[in-house]
Design a protein around this ligand. Sequence first.
Ligand SMILES: *Cc1c(COP(=O)(O)O)cnc(C)c1O
Length: 414
Amino acid sequence: MTWQDDAGRDLVKSFGDRMAMFVRGEGAYVWDADGKRYLDFLAGIAVNSLGHAHPVFVNAIATQAATLSHVSNYFATPPQLELAAQLKRLAGTGESGRVYFGNSGAEANEAAFKLARLHGAATESSAGRPRILALTDAFHGRTMGTLALTGKPYMQQPFLPMTPGVEFIDSTIEALEAAIDDRVAALFVEPVKGEAGVIDLPEGYLEAAREITRRHGVLLIIDEIQTGAGRTGEWFAFQHAGITPDAITVAKGIGGGFPIGALITFGEASELFYPGTHGSTFGGNALGTAVAGAVLGEIERADLVRNAAERGDQLRAAILGIGSPLISGCRGRGLLIGIALAHPVAKAVVAAAQVHGLIINAPNDDTIRLVPALTIGDVEIDEFIALFTASLHTVADALLLDEHSSTPTTEVPA
Ligand SMILES: *Cc1c(COP(=O)(O)O)cnc(C)c1O
């Protein structure tokens, strides 16, 4: 029996076949069961901010596990209060901000969805705001609530009917102007659409969206689950625009590999939840919040937000410098990078990269997504360029082979 047999028999079929089985990680590298080493430029999908097995991460888990892991939300713990204060400071909420802790991105967005409904609730004096706007192609999660916010019909289709009230609009200021009115409770925005292929918003979108939503009393809720924790070269992507949202959601990178998510509210939106309106058994437990606090502390101490900005620029320049005809451009910001391909061969490039010892990901057929650890430096970037160039050659050779043999395949030979 191989591990593939075990996985095929025992694991839920909602994921495709696992591409490899990893047994160990260190820094920007992972190793499979055969001892083969891979450069990991996916980092668990923007999760392992400090890379694998970072001593700060390891020590935080060990120390807190040996002290106090979980007591339930009937009680407070020091790591929980420290992380809430730290997130408020990094997000710039000021005194009036508040933090709700969950265990994943979807849970953070579920909390944001409920925040929007609370804001939209009908009262004696007002007919309420039953509408919620979200952007076509944005990804907000896989639970029934967050799926309703996710503007991808093929993901929703098997699970209809959706929670009502959500309408999808194009990511343009004109579309927002046309759709918004005083019956809208919230606008959900993914500041760089990661799952859709690292798609940037139009220049000035967040600034305009802030102005328009404020004019109509609509909450501006920004999903920073993939873009947060320094990934784009600011602590949170909305900070590039210099605006103040009503709420942001975070997860992925803030735990560095420990599952944790949070909703962070600003100003008046912080007063919407009241006792009994939301909760989670695990959310905000001492272990998870201690780890996230340590991870964010290390990102701050080592100035990894700036590293993300600088290494992002360096990596982008180096990628375009490869001069491959397969590469048509680069999108994204900081260390959230989408490499646009001139042909729909992204899956073949990912497969070739794996053979060469490089882990990358294809969110769609013509984009390669890079979300490496924020700790990467010259060594990892040079190695990435060498391995990625080799992978592109493998695919280009296969494509050329196709042309000569007229076999319509872009599969990479194993
Ligand atoms: C990953 C992601 C989510 C969902 O997070 P999970 O932890 O998988 O539930 C939501 N929004 C964005 C932008 C994401 O990248």
